[in-house]
Design a protein. Structure first.
Length: 95
């Protein structure tokens, strides 16, 4: 119980410092979804799904970009998704 309380306290202390990271990730996520929507002619829900699985480097393989613009977007989404995860882990290590 003490560990859970300590984790929650630590998490609540970190929230003000994480807003720029979360805001940047949200902007990146929405921009990627919009680009998939435009380049791949997908509906918004499918574009959000593709952005999510690409940014987290899950890659189920059920949807794949076929246009050059979609493939370039996919590469940048994967790289930036890794970058955001490394930033989050680095921030956690500092605390």
């Amino acid at each position: 119980m003490k560990q859970t309380a300590a984790f929650i306290k630590h998490f609540l202390e970190c929230i003000p410092h994480l807003w720029p990271l979360f805001g940047s990730f949200l902007l990146f996520f929405l921009l990627g979804s919009y680009l998939f929507h435009i380049f791949e002619d997908m509906d918004i829900a499918t574009a959000l799904y593709l952005t999510f699985i690409t940014a987290l480097t899950i890659g189920y393989g059920d949807i794949a970009p076929v246009t050059v613009g979609g493939r370039i977007t996919s590469v940048f989404m994967g790289i930036l998704g890794l970058f955001f995860r490394v930033l989050l882990l680095e921030f956690q290590q500092e605390r």
